[in-house]
Design a binder for this molecule. Structure first.
Ligand code: NI
Length: 227
């Protein structure tokens, strides 16, 4: 199920990103489409090797590390360096599923895409269309978030970006390999962690049951984590 993680970037950070992205040298996104995506993809992307993409990407990674909800939900093992795209002038990305395994260019490191993430960098009123539509077992979710907010969803999901018919939709997107690849196990750990976090303020320090629950969390993670 898609999960929204609000304010991964604050408004000042978004402004700083946009000051640079709005004047960036955007390139045709077809250059980087996988064979599955070719034909469906019509957008602009930043050169991944550019100083701009690398420095903004690193900033996003640092902020993700400081975002407990992200860490708890994703249990990240590896994160593909964040990429940046821009949809404008009818730009769209038809229904597709992201590639399962990706190599980080210039390294021998592969990332299995367990989770896909889109961090919105344009406010919803800056453009028409551009919704991220994600199919899940419970139906289709339509996602259009405030700048700085991010959606995290299983990479197994069929998804698309609706055509942008006015303005420009700028976003960062990337993939996460989780310590716990199985979605059901990851969801259980997340639920348990949330329960522990919400119980913690209401019980005395050193509460035995809370200690036991915390122990169960770590022992399940130990059993399921693949590093
Ligand atoms: Ni995709």
């Amino acid at each position: 199920m898609p999960m929204v993680i609000a304010q991964v970037l604050g408004k000042d950070e978004v402004r700083q990103f946009r000051a640079r992205l709005d004047v960036a040298d955007w390139q045709d996104g077809l250059k980087t489409a996988g064979t599955l995506a070719r034909g469906a993809k019509r957008n602009l992307q930043l050169d991944d090797d550019s100083e701009l993409a690398v420095s903004l990407g690193n900033h996003v990674l640092r902020r993700l590390g400081d975002t407990p909800l992200f860490v708890s939900a994703a249990l990240p093992s590896r994160i593909y360096p964040p990429k940046f795209n821009c949809y404008t002038g009818g730009g769209t990305y038809g229904a597709h599923i992201d590639s399962a395994v990706m190599q980080i260019p210039g390294t021998g490191i592969t990332v299995r895409s367990d989770l896909s993430a889109t961090l919105f960098l344009s406010e919803p009123d800056e453009y028409d269309g551009g919704e991220l539509e994600i199919d899940s077992a419970s139906g289709r979710q339509t996602i259009k978030l405030h700048a700085g907010d991010m959606v995290l969803y299983p990479s197994t999901s069929l998804h698309r970006v609706a055509p942008v018919t006015r303005g420009a939709r700028i976003a960062s997107f990337f993939w996460i390999e989780s310590l716990v690849g199985d979605e059901g196990r990851r969801a259980l750990l997340f639920e348990l962690d949330r329960t522990i976090q919400s119980l913690t303020p209401s019980v005395p320090d050193g509460d035995r049951n809370l200690l036991r629950l915390t122990g169960i969390y770590h022992n399940l993670l130990r059993r399921w984590a693949v590093t």
